[in-house]
Design a binder for this molecule. Structure first.
Ligand code: SF4
Ligand code: SF4
Length: 362
């Protein structure tokens, strides 16, 4: 047979759903499997990072259609915790792939119903401001931006207004302008990537200079759009300002654990700072699953409450076993998730944001 007679193998055309360099990077080694909380729940390959990347590839090449049930299920079952990133030898940026996946899949009518009102609520800066109007957060009353500005968050200013007050007690130099909206993380993680980036840019204009965020998820998203020189998470910023302080005597100090924020730890690489800060005011207790997602995961606890509770269970067991006085959090979603879990189990442990803990507000 001559070369002309041979039929070349047909290479499937890319559909342009994913950035090719991101999708091509996975070498299918499987190092990420033990780090994945959803794989730990099911033991099924498609619920692992490698399995999901293979689904993305099948979607990209048209081998699987958009409405394939496994594709839909796994795009939603994934926590988006990015625990698969730091363990990956090939540097796969899974978080970005997931954003592109949901941006394609959840565009329009396929977006989960429960997510829609959340996105609507935080879509307009005016709406976000009015949501927090009756709450006593740090940004009440108009204030001009300064060289370093505190981000008030969207749901955090409504649900946990004490957090921003505590942050300002600890750092009076933080300006807290009221004229600021949402950072766009919720949009970016739930199928509206362009809007999520636009909201982050608008927030960057409203808060010129350095932005300090008390929620790890917001800090990671904002840093991804505006750059990590401009955006700092609160513990990161406070630790850089103060350094390690002398610990108080051990006797009678509260036993305090930490729930890492996934995006703070896995996205920004910040995990040591909150631990060092906790050690200033209590005996720090490292829980075995401190670095593992608590199941809050942004909108996940609302969209998939049963899976979210299954992921949380292990954390509650560990908190109970360690008989903690306090479990500290550095993200609004973890705050809500752990508060509800601790209440449900009737544990004596208090759930407190790190800023509140350091300011002695609770
Ligand atoms: S995502 Fe990374 S760790 Fe997981 S299979 Fe691919 S290359 Fe390996
Ligand atoms: S983001 Fe989290 S849940 Fe999703 S594949 Fe990675 S480790 Fe698993």
């Amino acid at each position: 047979m001559t070369i002309a007679e041979s039929t070349p193998e047909k290479v499937p055309e890319a559909r342009g759903v994913f950035t090719p360099e991101l999708l091509d990077r996975c070498i299918s080694c499987g190092f990420c499997l033990p780090a994945c909380p959803t794989y730990a729940l099911t033991g099924v390959e498609t619920s692992s990072p490698r399995g999901r990347i293979n689904l993305m590839r099948a979607l990209e090449t048209g081998v699987l259609p958009d409405d394939d049930p496994t594709v839909s299920e796994e795009a939603s079952f994934c926590l988006g915790c990015r625990a698969c990133e730091p363990v990956c030898p090939a540097g796969v940026q899974y978080g970005e792939l997931l954003e592109e996946w949901r941006d394609h899949l959840w565009n329009g009518r396929r977006r989960p119903f429960k997510v829609r009102p959340l996105l609507w609520a935080v879509n307009s800066p005016r709406r976000v401001r009015s949501m927090g109007i009756v709450r006593r957060h740090a940004g009440r009353g108009s204030e001009a931006p300064g060289p370093v500005n505190l981000m008030l968050g969207c749901f955090e200013r409504v649900l946990y207004p004490r957090v921003s007050r505590a942050a300002r007690e600890l750092a009076a130099e933080l300006a807290a302008p009221s004229a600021q909206g949402c950072c766009g993380a919720l949009h970016a993680h739930n199928g509206e990537l362009a809007r999520g980036k636009q909201l982050a840019k608008e927030l960057g204009e409203a808060l010129p200079g350095t932005i300090v965020a008390t929620s790890g998820g917001c800090a990671a998203h904002l840093a991804g759009v505006l750059g990590s020189d401009r955006v700092k998470e609160f513990s990161q910023w406070l630790f850089a300002r103060d350094g390690a302080a002398a610990a108080t005597p051990a006797d009678g100090r509260p036993r305090i654990g930490l729930q890492d924020s996934c995006h703070l730890r896995n996205g920004l690489g910040v995990w040591r700072e909150p631990r060092e800060l906790i050690a200033r005011v209590g005996e720090y207790v490292e829980l075995p699953s401190a670095a593992v997602c608590c199941g809050g995961a942004g909108s996940y606890a609302i969209v998939r409450p049963k899976d979210s509770a299954r992921v949380l269970d292990q954390h509650l067991d560990e908190i109970a076993d360690a008989d903690l006085d306090v479990i500290a959090v550095v993200n609004a979603g973890c705050y809500r998730q752990l508060q509800q879990g601790v209440k449900r189990r009737k544990l004596r442990t208090r759930v407190v944001h790190l800023a509140e803990l350091l300011a002695g507000e609770k």
